[in-house]
Design a protein around this ligand. Sequence first.
Ligand code: ATP
Ligand code: MG
Length: 448
Amino acid sequence: MGKAGDTDEQMNKDGFRVHHLSEHDFNLDSISSNAIKVVRRLNSQGHQAYLVGGCVRDLLLDREPKDFDVATSALPEEVRQLFRNSNLIGRRFRLVHIRYGREIIEVATFRGSGDSNVQQKSSHQVHEDGRILRDNVYGSMNEDAIRRDFTINALYLDPEQETVLDRIGGMTDHDNRIIRLIGEPEERYREDPVRLLRAVRFSSKLDFEIEPATLQPIAFLGALLQSVPQARLYEEILKLFLSGHAQKTYAGLCRNDLLRHLFPQTDQLLNQAGNESLQQLIELALKSTDSRVRDNKPVTAYFLFAAFLWGSIEKTILDLAGSENEYLAIQNAMNEVLRLQAKAVSLPKRASIPMREVWTLQSRFRQRRGGKPHRLLEHPRFRAAYDFILLRAETGAIQPEIAEWWTRFQSVSAAQRRKMTQPSQRKPRRKKAVSDEQASVVSKPGDV
Ligand code: ATP
Ligand code: MG
């Protein structure tokens, strides 16, 4: 890959450095033909249009981009009119989605800096903590580059000319594998605290280093994440953990003291001695999530969050232990843990409902006689709950024999299943059933 200073560079009239792709070990065939179509159509109407963001990064790293974003001088309404198959979306910043079957090309109009255009100033609001609330100011390509978060995200690829345009040294940082915020880091983090998470995410995903000035404020600005709207924060968390680099990203969050702003209870437990099995459970869940992404298998966030919060569930069950029966104990514990979790990041129902099921089902794996195991097998959440208990067994919190029994139970014939669940010969049926019921969901010293 070329370095800044190579002979292939020249400057265009706007002050962008022009890098010719022919000099850069670059596979143009990986660019979506639909994205090229969009750029061509916009160009043919006299608008500037480039591929930007993640797709350019991925292409430069010779990876398959997951989607293609386009930046253009055309206004959203103009883009909308040029493409029948398009929709205007977004409130914070208006975007156009152009749909080609299952592929969506996202087109954004160049964004301004917010203070260069007096007429449009009313649509750029800054909150007193420095956070940008609404940002609908359009601008030049130059302003657009400066408004972006990291230098490597401000590269503009022109598929027609086969060039990459760079205003702020993104190409050099890319070549040197560096994550660098554009502008004054603390100010940029305060403007949009999600950038704290993005810095860690890109560094983990791309295996790039966060340069010192960009890295240094992260740990002490973490509390700013509280001001991010919950839905946006949750979406960002999904990107952190479901993009195939969950293990490294999690380590990055811990290293930069950000975990406590996302999962405070988890962070607190992990900082206490004696919680090695929780640490191990989380590591195993992260690992299995990453390997599922690698194998193109579906992944769910709730499974991972169930692992993150399991230690707190076990602890709360013990803390609340009183005269309650086991069912009530776990219900109360789940309510309490999710209530505290919501103070940092509230998990939407689509995650919390299946998560509660996985937790609630854990105690039912101890019941291995009579009709109950057969009914558990039919439960819609059986598979996730079984996968979860396998991880728990791997940490040593559950007798391996229980997990093995369930693995065998699933693989054998119906007749063999009936045999496996027959009441024990030596003990009277009622007594055995009662002792199964009494088995607790939480790990006790005698369980191992
Ligand atoms: P990926 O899609 O792999 O998550 P990406 O860089 O494409 O990475 P997007 O969220 O799709 O990330 O954003 C596209 C581009 O928009 C970014 O590359 C960046 O230039 C700009 N951008 C996104 N979020 C921000 C932000 N919070 N602040 C400034 N610019 C941003
Ligand atoms: Mg993207």
